[in-house]
Design a protein. Sequence first.
Length: 561
Amino acid sequence: MTNEETINLKIIATSDVHGFFLPYDFIEQRPTPGSLARVCSYVKKERAKYGSNLILIDNGDILQGQPICNYFNSIKPQSTNIASQMLNYLGYDACTIGNHDIETGHGVYDKWAGETNCPVVAANIIDTASGKPYFKPYTMIERQGIRIAILGMVTPAVPNWLNESLWSGMRFESIADSASKWVKLIREKEAPDLTIGLFHSGWNGGISTTHCNEDEVERVAHQVEGIDVIFFGHDHTTRQATICNGDNSSVVCLNPSCDARAVASAEIKVEKAGNKISGKRITGGIVDITHERADVGFEMHFRQARDETNDFCRRRIGLIESSINTNDCFFGCAPFTDLIHNLQLAITHADISFNAPLSFNSKIEKGDIRVSDMFKLYRYENQIYVVKMTGREIKDYLEMSYGLWVGTMASEEDHIMLMEKETKAGKVRYRFKNLTFNFDSAAGIDYDVDVTKPAGERINVKCMSGGGMFDYSAWYTVAMNSYRGNGGGELLTKGAGIPTTELPRRIVWQSTKDQRQCLMEEIERMGTITPRANNNWRFVPLEWAGRAIERDRRLISGSQP
């Protein structure tokens, strides 16, 4: 008679933690609902149920986002990286690497990978010298005789955002192509009972070029046979789906979004008859952990790291004479955006500056400016670039930017902002249709944005802000962040029409320090700053735009249904 047994496994995945390790936002200097301290409490409870049959994995983008990351990456690099300490304390079984981890540079992520007790898996990052994966492509875990393969991947769009020095010696393969190859190899070599995808990639969409597709999870789930569960992330969007694969099996796909507010959880029941698997049942979902109490032991263990980071964040660097808010930046010239524009122009002496508000409702209050406030200007460690562009390219760049931002008004009652409506818990809310960090405006030129005209025909550049003529055929120097200068958001490529291969030749200067550090040093040099709107651009016609802005601002802020 054959012995039959049921083995219960649980896999918990975090993704895009972005430095939310402790229940405290070092940027805003206030408690935060998401943190690994709360994840710790949840994991402890689940380990009490599942024991060693609980598997904990992370999906990348853990090395950037909060000042505590920057402190250990740059200010105290000789210490064990705080992200390594966190993974080790919680007992992770595997992790992959994200694009923002690669943005920290070889010195940081190579060291981090060597310090973690769990393997870093990323099959589609290829070492150009050896032709083999730069990191371990996959890892095998065994629980009660069940063999589990965990295959790692990262979005191949990294070169579209980051300077090559940060990923030197690497190339990035398509996730779909790489997964197809490695799943087949794993099945032949390892004969796994379960195959898990750990993919730092979004569901679909994103950048799509002849060289790469940014987000490939949906495609892999449909086309690559042999994967049971895909844990994914990168696009900061909660999603759970079950896809019917080409071999008529089901693939459970789970994305817990970002900032450690939720985890992805898969429960797996494996039926064994003797030494053979007779069946398996997989269910999964997204678990909100914001109501979990932060684990006291976790917080105590990392108390010194918290105290040191707070000391770093609270250092005074200057004085600001009036409060500024990113909300103003979406509706016209605003002191917040123009502060960055003017600092970039002062640092680089470029002709023109491009910049976008990175988030909604981020504020710097009047009074002392501290290091933590600088993370409101730039959360990640970009550099400053100066790029050569023609006047025509500058106009076309702005056409694409405002095309993502505003619609075409056929009457004064129309919306001016491109928005979408969503209903949650019975409440109707409006939000921008596209990603706000691609809403670039310009300083150094005076221009109108005519919202009665179709996308591509809205920008009228009148002159240089100093009074000189703006010439579409002339060359100008333009300051921007390195994300944009490397092709991020596609404003330079699709918008301005500059081929991706030509972008490196257009960069005439780049900062040796990250952009936030450059801006901070300039503020320290100035001592006191008085931010004002440059008033160098406006939406027209003024009467239509003015009334529409008032309406749409109320909708987006949630002050009316």
